[in-house]
Design a protein around this ligand. Structure first.
Ligand SMILES: [Zn+2]
Length: 73
């Protein structure tokens, strides 16, 4: 798989909950923060669709980004 064409989001925090992990990222498209669920069943976060797509993204933006998997204990 190739992630070279996708922007990469900066992970700001990971919050464990009973059912999932909540990952707050800095969106490389709009510069704001978005929160994504990261199920415990997934070893990595991977590519996510930007929550801001359709509102603040310019035409032609890919509308998704790659979220690098943070170190978690
Ligand atoms: Zn965004």
């Amino acid at each position: 798989m190739s992630t070279g064409v996708l922007p990469v989001a900066e992970v700001l925090s990971v919050t464990p909950t009973k059912t999932t992990r909540l990952v707050v990222i800095r969106c490389p498209i709009c510069g704001r923060q978005h929160c994504h669920g990261w199920p415990y069943s997934l070893g990595s976060i991977g590519t996510r669709v930007a929550h801001c797509v359709g509102r603040n993204v310019p035409p032609g933006s890919p509308g998704s980004y790659y979220v690098p998997t943070p170190e978690v204990s």
